[in-house]
Ligand binder design. Sequence first.
Ligand SMILES: [Zn+2]
Length: 201
Amino acid sequence: MTPPKEQYVVVLDPGHGGYNPGNGMYNMGAIGLNGIYESEVVLDISLKVADILRSNGVTVQLTRTREKDKSNPYDLEDRLRLAENFKPNFLLSIHANSFTSSTANGVETYWRTSQSKWFATTVHNAYLKQVQLRDRGVKQDTTLFILKGQSYPSAMIEVGFITNPEDYALLSTPEGRTKAAQGIAKGILQFMGIDVKPLDH
Ligand SMILES: [Zn+2]
């Protein structure tokens, strides 16, 4: 059953950021240029996506809303359980890429189970159109734990390489992150069939 659009629940999962009680450390994800943390980049973008979706009448839940918060989920099982407790109609996990060579760049989006392919494609294309980074494609990955759910579309977007100067330029500034968030939000709203208010002003 499809609920009225105002009742859609979008769960955003800003990657990493969990506290590991085992070693007393936070999982900051990849480390990019100038020591930037993936966890910090994707949290900021996710919070901006949440704002845009909410201003379009969509209910949004996040698996975490802060950096260095001990209540942030660490185990992926805990994270998925938390996400599914929100009864998502859609789930998007937001990550940033890294590589040993700074030449690797661009955007890739993953889906796991078949009900998610078009959702992943829609978000990917809207994001790329907005940010104009290199297109690395939309790919299936049947090992991504957070995308296990089969009763709702889900995807993981890798918003760019924080180890690449061009991608970093977008992902490290407030303006760039706003632009990134607008692209992601547009994709989600388009997929839900919601008329997208102009976001660029
Ligand atoms: Zn990641």
